[in-house]
Structure formats: structure tokens, C-alpha cells
Design a protein around this ligand. Structure first.
Ligand SMILES: Cc1ncc(COP(=O)(O)O)c(C=O)c1O
Length: 351
């Protein structure tokens, strides 16, 4: 890019972008024409909320397990339109995915226009039953924006079959593409009204062979698009690591994280807060009693900092619920092994 910027960013742009988009679309069970790259899921959510025409009194629905940055987007959109943000309360600990459906549908009213549904929740690491949710919401006339930030590479996806109104997710998490690789999938009937969060040349510059939707999103101002260009290669590379391809990667990571959760719960004596059937490759579990009830002292909890500084373990801590309880979230990717979770258990017990 720096050696020949005009070649890279202008003359060869589409020939580098197009194969990557095709490979990502195939991986997502989507048509390439319904897919655009964005720099992250937050940007995807912003594009949707800036484009949806809300009226005063309309309701936007989300759940109490949503991601703070995306919640903030809904808050501002609701403020602008004088709409109302409704937060469905999904229990945690949770017994089954039916409880998610019940909580979400209970919060739907005649005024609900759009629901933002996480595919995999961030702090609680639950795989929501998105197929059932999208159908039930659609039956009630509610469009769904799926925040799938963690989903690609963790759970199987077929966007053409799922067909929510909008689906945005990151490829820089479980697909291991570089940071800045993310996408927004938009159902055909919604593409015309959709504007990118950053409006640039594409709004009046048509390229033969591309839809107006793609024209608008494909150029987001001058930045380094390397992550977009190599997202397709990341998908292909990960597919070759294990003999069974992507499904073997997902299975292996799921088995490792469930095994690790069982071992950790046993070692630190806490109860698992969700059934294994609701997990992908991450799991959130309560911190043992001595950790509970301590107020946050800074951006990062003291014990979380100590885990990295003294033990070299990077693991996020969360606070959730009323009354507030403290949790930690473990993840399992191909480079992780069972011994690392034993080491974490030992570190937690000695902190
Ligand atoms: C559920 C969820 N939504 C959105 C995001 C935001 O991702 P990004 O910061 O890449 O935009 C995250 C990040 O972890 C997430 O977990």
C-alpha cells in the first residue's frame, strides 16, 4: 500500500476486494451482493441505526446482555427520533434458550420497530437462539438487527437462510482476520435505504457490476483496507488447519471450552450459570465468593490485572445483574490447551 498507493487503493482496489468478499460470503452462506465490509461490528450497528427511519413513539428493543457500545448507538438513535428503548430482561444464570425467547417476546409491543439481538452475548457468552427469535419477531412485524460480533467462526452461519433484516459481525475475532475486518449483511429489500456510517464517494459514483448498496459501502474514505482484502484468505487458512475444516475447528473449540468450564467450576467451587447447549467457544462463570462484593477500582479490576501481571493470563472479568455479581469469561481457540485452564484455576485460588 505504501509503495504504490494509487495502484493499491484505486486501480487494483476492486480486484483485491472482490475475491475476499466472495470467499467470506460463501463462508457465511450468503450471496456476495448482499454483503459489504465494514471496519467493525460497532460501525455496522451505527450504519443501521442511522438509516432506519424511526418515528416518535416507536420502540427499539434490545436485551440486558447486549454490548455496551452497541447499546449506546440505540440510546442515541432513540433520542434523535424521540423513540423509546426497551430492554428485555433475560435471566442469568439461565436454564434454557426458551427463557431468551420468552423474555424478548414479552417485551415486544405494537410499537416495536427494530430489535437488536446478539447472536453470542459478550459478557455472558450465551449463544442466543437467533433462528427462532428472528422468525418470532418477524411474525410480529419487527425487523431484526443481529449483532453477531462473536459468531463467525464460533457457530455455523447461513445468512441466506436466517434472513434477518440486518446482520453485522466481526471477522477479526474467531476467523482470525486482521483487526478492521468485519461485515454487514443486509436483506435485499432493506438495501436501498441503507447508508454507511461514513458517507463517501459511492453515493454518486457507480461502478459497473456492483449494486448501489455496494458502491456506497465499498469505499469508506482513505484508510488501510488490507484487513478487508485478506479476510477471505483468513477464512481459507483456518479451514485448512484441521482435517475436518471449519466444522472441526468449531467442534474442537466448543469441546475444549465446555471441558475447561467443568474443570474450573469444580476447582473453584462455583455452579455453571448456563447449559452447555447455549455455549459456543466461550463460557462465563461466576468468580468464587471471596471475589464478590468488591467495588470496581479502575478501568480493569485489580484481580484481572494481577492475573496478567503475575501469571501471564489474559482473561476478562465482568459485572452483571442486580444485585451485581462478578464473573470471568474463558475462551477456547486452536492455540489453547486444557492445561492452561488448570493453570488459571490454580491462579484464581492463590490470588
Ligand atoms: C456482542 C458484541 N457486539 C459488538 C462488539 C463490538 O465489536 P467491535 O469493537 O469490533 O466493533 C463486540 C465486541 O466484543 C461484541 O462482543
Amino acid at each position: 500500500m505504501e509503495a504504490e498507493p494509487v495502484q493499491f487503493l484505486w486501480r487494483r482496489y476492486e480486484s483485491l476486494l472482490h475475491p475476499s468478499r466472495q470467499a467470506v460470503a460463501a463462508f457465511l452462506g450468503a450471496r456476495s451482493r448482499d454483503l459489504v465490509f465494514v471496519t467493525n461490528a460497532t460501525t455496522g450497528v451505527n450504519a443501521v441505526l442511522e438509516s432506519v427511519r424511526l418515528r416518535p413513539g416507536d420502540e427499539i428493543l434490545t436485551t440486558n446482555h447486549d454490548y455496551n457500545a452497541c447499546r449506546n448507538v440505540l440510546v442515541e438513535a432513540a433520542k434523535r427520533a424521540r423513540a423509546k428503548l426497551v430492554i428485555a430482561s433475560v435471566p442469568f444464570p439461565i436454564q434454557s434458550s426458551d427463557e431468551v425467547i420468552e423474555a424478548v417476546l414479552r417485551a415486544v409491543s405494537r410499537r416495536t420497530r427494530l430489535a437488536m439481538i446478539d447472536h453470542v452475548t459478550s459478557s455472558t457468552a450465551l449463544v442466543y437462539p437467533v433462528t427462532r427469535l428472528v422468525r418470532e419477531l418477524e411474525d410480529r412485524g419487527v425487523d431484526t438487527l443481529v449483532d453477531g460480533a462473536h459468531a463467525p467462526g464460533m457457530v455455523p452461519l447461513s445468512l441466506s437462510r436466517l434472513r434477518p433484516a440486518y446482520y453485522t459481525a466481526n471477522l477479526h475475532k474467531w476467523v482470525c482476520a486482521p483487526k478492521g475486518a468485519a461485515f454487514l449483511w443486509v436483506r435485499e429489500d432493506k438495501q436501498e435505504e441503507l447508508q454507511p456510517a461514513i458517507i463517501s464517494h459511492g453515493n454518486n459514483t457507480h461502478r459497473p457490476g456492483y449494486s448501489a448498496f455496494q458502491d456506497r459501502f465499498d469505499w469508506a474514505g482513505t484508510f488501510d483496507p488490507t484487513a478487508w482484502f485478506c479476510a477471505g484468505d483468513a477464512v481459507a487458512w483456518m479451514d485448512k488447519v484441521l482435517p475436518g475444516g471449519w466444522s472441526a475447528v468449531r467442534r474442537r473449540n466448543h469441546e475444549l471450552v465446555t471441558h475447561a468450564r467443568r474443570a474450573l467450576c469444580r476447582r473453584v467451587q462455583v455452579d455453571p450459570p448456563a447449559p452447555e447447549s447455549m455455549l459456543g467457544s466461550m463460557a462465563t462463570l461466576p468468580l468464587p465468593e471471596p471475589f464478590q462484593g468488591k467495588l470496581r477500582s479502575g478501568k480493569i479490576d485489580a484481580e484481572q490485572s494481577r492475573l496478567y501481571d503475575e501469571y501471564g493470563v489474559e482473561v476478562p472479568f465482568f459485572r452483571f445483574g442486580q444485585p451485581e455479581r462478578r464473573f470471568l469469561r474463558i475462551s477456547a481457540q486452536l492455540y489453547n490447551s486444557p492445561g492452561e485452564y488448570d493453570y488459571l484455576a490454580q491462579a484464581l485460588l492463590t490470588l
